[in-house]
Design a protein around this ligand. Structure first.
Ligand SMILES: Nc1ncnc2c1ncn2[C@@H]1O[C@H](COP(=O)(O)OP(=O)(O)O)[C@@H](O)[C@H]1O
Ligand SMILES: O=C(CO)[C@@H](O)[C@H](O)COP(=O)(O)O
Length: 498
């Protein structure tokens, strides 16, 4: 049996999958790494942690599977999007990476809007959001001129790991789309954007397709991981593009829900003609020539992991959520808004923060945990509603990410989305998508679609429960009001955050 490896560089951990030619996941290995929140709204990681974690996980993957390295033909990547890794002339990071969920750049977003005007939406196809890469570059330029002066180029998180494993510097289109520097429809770095901010084209890495062959491992990387130096390396893509590939979202009419650290709802777009007027993100897909539109909840899984760290430290998610399935929909009148690091869709607001509304003396920790899951799912439903309002039919949603490990949450998604929710045999969609890019690159299949027919394995389908759905419909209308009712209060509280 021949194998490929998918590496998913997530926010909480790097997850590696060894997948056979039959699409069966033979082994998994994971390494967690820390997040640094030095100030409210800041979120950073050390790129070295990604590299060490990836090498350790790959070594583990080979050891635990017993696979012969000679049989591992290719490897590809999926990565958390937008994170800025500034590199010096020797391709060494000049500072820690500033991540997608870091919201320090509101001022730079306004500068981008003023400078680019209409070109912002017509060229980059996206609004200026704090999480995107260009505002981070401008922030470093303004606040850390010494670091910026040493920076000769930039890459995104998974590009840095690939650079360390191959010695080759590239960025794929699906990830470049999240920088706000790409002409998304034209599929090239935008001269308009680069000129407007005095950035040279040499500052940006060469662009490739997600499925492009970019080289083989360095001798050092082969020795450290146990893989052969001749293992073929393919560029890989943004985690949401790879999640879409791994969930089979490869043709029109298909919808994905991913609950990782962030939460996303995305729909496939055949071409760049759709115009959502910046209400949702619009990016290049990992399938060459295609696109996707996507709404993002900044703190989806992160809200539940925050809740666990704060109130159930040391417990597993399953232990913390025990009994939550016995509580009726609506958590006995307790509502949660998951704005704990700000929000993107439908409220692009870095200052908003979360709320529990309706706290009652009878509520237990389990009610709060259930309310957190419901609030996250209501937030994702706002994106589903946006797509429905734009004319998309959303009858079936494929669900992936850590949140899809929990059957209660999958049923809740079906009830709140009022759509069938399909779980996959393995919820690690982005890692599987990366493995599919490698499988197609190695010539095992003529296309991603053909590969999907073997690799994407649907498991249980969760259908909406009529009674719960009706109840959630009423609660969703109340949930929707909380943003407007708490926006001013949160602006007033801003001065009191560290
Ligand atoms: N057993 C579980 N039950 C419910 N939620 C879970 C479970 N396991 C993980 N999660 C959720 O999944 C999130 C991590 O998802 P993952 O896809 O691994 O994230 P990332 O790709 O951002 O690193 C956690 O923050 C948590 O909210
Ligand atoms: O910022 C976005 C998408 O625009 C996030 O979806 C990141 O790509 C991080 O993803 P996860 O770590 O939650 O998978």
């Amino acid at each position: 049996m021949k194998y490929v490896i998918g590496v998913d560089l997530g926010t909480s951990a790097v997850k590696t999958l060894l997948v056979g030619q039959d699409g069966v996941v033979r082994a998994e290995a994971t390494r967690e790494y820390p997040l640094y929140h030095d100030k409210a709204g800041w979120s950073e990681q050390d790129p070295e942690d990604w590299v060490v974690g990836t090498i350790d996980a790959l070594r583990d993957l080979l050891a635990s599977s017993g696979a012969n390295p000679e049989d591992v033909e290719g490897v590809s990547f999926s990565g958390q999007m937008h994170g800025l890794v500034l590199l010096d002339a020797q391709s060494k990071p000049v500072r820690r990476a500033i991540l997608w969920n870091d919201t320090r750049t509101t001022e730079q977003c306004r500068e981008i809007e003023r400078t680019l005007g209409d070109k912002l939406l017509s060229v980059t196809r996206n609004p200026a959001l704090e999480g995107f890469t260009l505002p981070k570059i401008l922030w470093v330029k303004q606040h850390e001129p010494d670091s910026f002066a040493r920076a000769e180029s930039f890459v995104l998180p998974k590009d840095y790991v690939r650079l360390r494993l191959t010695g080759e510097k590239h960025m794929d289109l699906s990830d470049a789309a999240g920088t706000l520097m790409l002409d998304v429809a034209g599929r090239e770095w935008s001269a308009d954007v680069l000129d407007a901010f005095a950035l040279t084209s040499g500052f940006c890495p060469p662009l490739v397709e997600a499925g492009a062959y970019v080289g083989e491992l360095t001798a050092e990387a082969a020795l450290a991981t146990g893989l052969r130096q001749q293992t073929k390396v393919f560029a890989g893509g943004a985690d949401n593009a790879c999640g879409a590939i791994g969930a089979g979202i490869l043709s029109p009419g298909l919808t994905l829900c991913s609950i990782g650290t962030s939460g996303v709802v995305l729909t496939y777009e055949e071409d760049a003609s759709a115009d959502y007027r910046g209400k949702v993100h619009f990016f290049n897909h990992g399938k060459a020539g295609a696109f996707y539109a996507m709404g993002v909840t900044l703190a989806a899984g992160y809200s539940l992991s925050w809740f666990r760290n704060a109130f159930a430290k040391g417990e597993t998610y399953d232990a913390m959520l025990q009994g939550a399935e016995l509580i009726p929909a609506g958590a006995n009148g307790l509502l949660f808004t998951p704005y704990i690091v700000g929000e993107r869709t439908p409220h692009a607001d870095a200052q908003i923060r979360g709320s529990f509304v309706g706290v009652d003396g009878s509520h237990t920790r389990t009610h709060f945990a259930r309310a957190v899951m419901e609030g996250i799912t209501f937030s994702l439903n706002e994106s589903i509603e946006l797509f429905r309002a734009a004319g998309k039919q959303v009858d079936q949603v494929v669900s992936i990410g850590g949140g899809a490990k929990n059957p209660l949450w999958l049923q809740m998604q079906a009830d709140i989305f009022k759509a069938d929710v399909v779980a996959l045999e393995n919820e690690q969609g982005p890692g599987l998508g990366a493995a599919m890019l490698a499988a197609v690159g190695c010539g095992w299949f003529p296309s991603l679609d053909a590969c999907g027919a073997t690799f994407v394995k649907h498991a249980r389908v969760y259908r909406p429960n009529e009674e719960a759905s009706a109840r959630y419909g009423q609660l969703f209308e109340i949930y929707r009001q909380v943003y407007a009712q708490t926006a001013d209060l949160n602006r007033a509280l801003y001065a009191f955050r560290n």
